[in-house]
Design a protein around this ligand. Structure first.
Ligand SMILES: Cc1cc2nc3c(=O)[nH]c(=O)nc-3n(C[C@H](O)[C@H](O)[C@H](O)COP(=O)(O)O)c2cc1C
Length: 216
């Protein structure tokens, strides 16, 4: 198969920018994630906080999409969405999720597995009120992931809620954050000849993190 005259199978890149070893990764995966996130910011990674979120429904049917990381503390990774969306329904049925960051500028990937739980209403309010007015009206206007007849419905909703709320736009109860509490965090550094470095932190039953190297 070819794309713009080049065979897709012939597209390849040899990764040579950096190495990752057990010592560099340290003992705290959150601290190491912070370091890699800052490295990616300093490398001007585009949409540095964009991450793929994979969910699955009760039957195990998977669904992946991009969301934005909006917070990180010593408990987990926070993003915001419509609780009635497809992802919201999946998480209600099955809290097990996975996150993937890809920072191509640094030839790095981070894969996270864990469980999703709603953050507190106060935390969601705080973030919602920090958003631009247009985004706040947008949260009211879009019945995310439902089929709509045309874009006109969105525009009508937008105008309706703008007139209804004026400058005082509250958070809809169906909109808020989730925190992904990780059970494993894997750091991947591309290396030459597909001999990549992979260091994974897995949480033991007692909460301690165990560090291992995975074959690429
Ligand atoms: C760069 C980028 C950032 C996005 N950020 C978010 C986000 O933070 N929250 C969100 O609900 N959707 C976000 N989306 C849209 C989602 O990918 C998705 O289309 C939407 O959430 C509906 O997903 P669902 O039907 O699987 O629930 C983003 C999309 C892109 C491409």
């Amino acid at each position: 198969m070819s794309l713009s005259g080049k065979h897709i199978a012939d597209i390849r890149k040899d990764y040579q920018l950096a190495v990752l070893d057990e010592q560099v990764a340290g003992d705290n995966p959150f601290a190491f994630f912070h370091k890699w996130f800052e490295d990616a910011r300093n490398a001007d990674a585009e949409e540095v906080n964009a991450m793929t979120l994979a969910t699955a429904n009760a039957a195990g049917k998977p669904h992946a999409r991009i969301v934005l990381l909006k917070g990180l503390d010593d408990k987990g990774f926070v993003f915001f969405t419509n609780y009635n969306s497809e992802k919201g329904k999946d998480i209600t049925e099955n809290p097990y999720v996975s996150l993937v960051f890809f920072w191509k500028e640094l030839e790095r990937q981070v894969c996270i597995e864990g469980t999703a739980e709603k953050i507190s209403e106060a935390e969601s309010d705080e973030y919602f009120l920090s958003r631009p007015a247009g985004s706040r009206i947008g949260a009211w206007s879009s019945p995310q992931s439902t089929v709509i007849d045309s874009r006109d419905i969105l525009e009508e909703n937008y105008n309706k809620y703008t007139a209804q709320f004026g400058d005082n736009i509250p958070r809809p109860t169906h909109w808020g954050g989730y925190r992904i509490i990780p059970t494993s965090i894997e750091f991947w550094q591309g290396r030459s000849s597909r001999m990549h470095d992979r260091i994974i932190f897995t949480q033991n039953a007692d909460g301690a993190w165990q560090k291992s190297r995975l074959a690429p």
